[in-house]
Ligand binder design. Structure first.
Ligand SMILES: Cc1cc2nc3c(=O)[nH]c(=O)nc-3n(C[C@H](O)[C@H](O)[C@H](O)COP(=O)(O)OP(=O)(O)OC[C@H]3O[C@@H](n4cnc5c(N)ncnc54)[C@H](O)[C@@H]3O)c2cc1C
Length: 416
């Protein structure tokens, strides 16, 4: 936003206009972004960033959209793992992993949720047991986005079942290319295969892969979750070896952004996209439709501004904070409204799927994907709880299990 980004947007625009070359490979473009600091501008200068305030980084993101350049690599490793490492990890881990993430050589996934532990994440049961310099992992994770493409996972596991549930968890970075890790696909109604379940059977992770303190994983995980609620991504190629996108032509990736949308990322420029479909179906002069399109535009603006407010709240370097929950709810509301208005505009065409249908099938896909946004990264109800407790200062939810050793709890699947 002019005036709030100290000229950063103009500087980013000038740099991007000079350097964005659709004929470069994705690998070369990401190397340039990492070396210049424009790919991860909120990261410190010594770690591939420019040390910018969060609202300045948001201005840089807008510059990418304006120029039409693809963004930096954006798996959960880059979006959540990098900031989590920068907040909690030892220098050796930063040296080992930040280059892999910044240059897009690795794709990471997030191993938090389990069949009995989603909203009650601290009730998770995946065990890590010490064996010399290593830990042996047994358990099951579920809803893991992108695990099928991942090189490593951010794993939250229980290391001390005798401690109360929040105090016996440890955050590891685990290699996925090893025996004892079986990843099975979960197929969604939007025809995507965005997430998976993963079974760990005597998988191993070394002790020096602990991020933060042993048994201090809860505060590390909270950092990860705060960045997840924070959002904000420029469409790009996918990092890592398994998707083999590093040697693609960057311009081809930019042209194929809609492909990412079909893979479950949702649509960008929502109101403009739905309005375009309304125009093509000659519904743009209908009074009710015009009202709904304006409503959608307003909701998209609210979501955008909620994101900017949340970034501004990070100015002190305290992390996204509970304000991220407001942005997360704004995203859920927008997603539901997109489904409704999109279907109203499509009419009976809404029953069709595929690229040859009006709007290229994007609104139908967005409608079928819409439930996910109010669940992923913490449900709407959990965001309301956070706002109630931490923003409004309402009394905390009663918690009977906070002091009890985990071993004695009937939690998650132990309830059965
Ligand atoms: C698209 C998508 C991507 C995901 N990707 C990942 C991933 O990469 N890694 C990962 O670890 N997880 C991932 N998840 C899982 C996600 O984090 C969980 O689904 C989410 O935290 C909810 O947990 P749950 O499904 O176990 O539901 P539950 O926690 O069982 O909740 C069921 C219902 O009860 C409500 N509820 C529960 N507790 C409370 C409470 N205290 N107060 C009020 N209401 C409550 C919930 O709001 C919900 O409506 C993803 C989910 C989705 C949809």
């Amino acid at each position: 936003m002019p005036g709030e980004d100290d000229g950063i947007r103009a500087e980013a625009l000038a740099w991007l206009r000079e350097n964005w070359d659709p004929d470069r490979s994705v690998r070369d473009w990401w190397a340039l972004l990492a070396e210049s600091g424009w790919g991860f501008p909120a990261w410190p200068r010594e770690w591939f960033g420019r040390g910018l305030r969060a609202e300045q980084a948001a201005a840089v993101r807008e510059a990418f959209f304006e120029v039409g350049a693809i963004g930096p690599p954006g798996s959960l490793g880059q979006r959540l793992g990098g900031p989590t490492l920068l907040t909690h990890a030892r220098k050796e881990l930063l040296e080992q992993f930040l280059p892999e993430l910044a240059f897009g050589r690795e794709y990471w996934c997030q191993y938090f949720s389990e069949p009995g532990a989603g909203s009650d994440l601290a009730g998770l049961q995946t065990r890590a047991v010490r064996d010399g310099d290593e830990w042996i992992i047994n358990g099951q994770k579920v809803w893991t986005s992108g695990a099928q493409y991942a090189d490593r996972g951010m794993l939250l596991a229980r290391t001390d079942p005798d401690a109360p549930k929040h105090f016996g968890l440890t955050f590891f970075v685990i290699d996925l290319n090893q025996p004892g890790i079986e990843i099975r696909p979960l197929h969604q109604m939007n025809d995507a295969h965005g997430f998976n379940e993963t079974f760990f059977t005597d998988a191993r992770v070394s002790n020096d892969r602990i991020v933060g303190q042993l048994n201090g994983g809860w505060s590390v995980a909270l950092t990860t979750l705060m960045y997840e609620r924070f959002g904000g991504l420029v469409p790009s190629a996918q990092p890592g070896k398994k998707l083999a996108m590093l040697d693609m032509r960057a311009g081809d990736v930019a042209a194929g952004r809609a492909r990412g949308e079909r893979e479950g990322m949702g649509i960008t420029n929502i109101a403009a996209t739905v309005t375009d479909v309304a125009r093509k179906l000659e519904k743009d002069s209908d009074a009710v439709t015009r009202q709904r399109l304006a409503e959608l535009y307003a909701a998209e603006e609210v979501q955008r501004i909620a994101g900017l407010r949340s970034t501004a709240a990070r100015r002190t370097g305290e992390g996204p904070g509970p304000g991220g929950s407001v942005g997360k709810i704004a995203r859920s509301n927008l997603s539901r409204l997109t489904r409704e208005v999109g279907m109203e505009v499509l009419g009976s065409n809404g029953m069709l799927v595929g690229p040859e249908t009006p709007g290229g099938g994007r609104l139908q896909h967005a409608a079928l994907s819409s439930p996910g946004s109010s669940i992923a990264g913490g449900t709407d109800e959990i965001q309301h709880n956070i706002i109630g407790e931490r923003v409004l200062g309402l009394p905390k939810e009663p918690r009977m299990d906070a002091e009890v050793p985990f071993r004695e709890l009937k939690t998650g699947t132990q309830r059965d």
